[in-house]
Write a protein that binds this ligand. Sequence first.
Ligand code: GRF
Length: 181
Amino acid sequence: MRLAVFASGNGSNFQAIAESVQTEQYAELVVLICDKECYALSRAKSLGIPSFVLDKTKKRKEYEQDVLEVLRDYKVDFIALAGYMNIIGATLLDAYEGRIINIHPSLLPKYRGLQALERAYENKDSEVGITIHYVDKGIDTGKLIAQESILNNGESLEELEEKIHALEHKLYVKTLKGLLK
Ligand code: GRF
């Protein structure tokens, strides 16, 4: 299976996936797609993975057609969103429905959308977690694939963020392995 990752930021999940496919070879990570300049691109460069920044100031349909062109050039079978700060529109969904997944830092259906962990923290939830789900036309509404949680024992938000990220890297790799093998 030929995998693409989409990212808009730091790219730590992208890196975890890239390293795992390189060592375990359960798929081929063929391209990183970003909607803006971000640190994930530097990671791709160091890892030797082709990357593209596409211009999202265009209309969504045109932007997604550009994305599709790259996906077709690289013969991509499956897409993993990892901190990609864009809604997936009809153009991409029609072409890849059932083959796009996302990771979200909450126990969905709780805290869909932005600042999910921050909101759980402010509400003093005793348990926080992450979800991997299929992407549909809603925001974090697609069918759930995997979840994992940790107890919030009064840590700082920064400590929780660190734990959540470590959990994400493991669960994203494990889930992709299960889906793509
Ligand atoms: C992760 O917390 C993920 O759940 C959310 O965006 C963050 C991306 O982190 N969708 P990174 O860019 O992979 O480090």
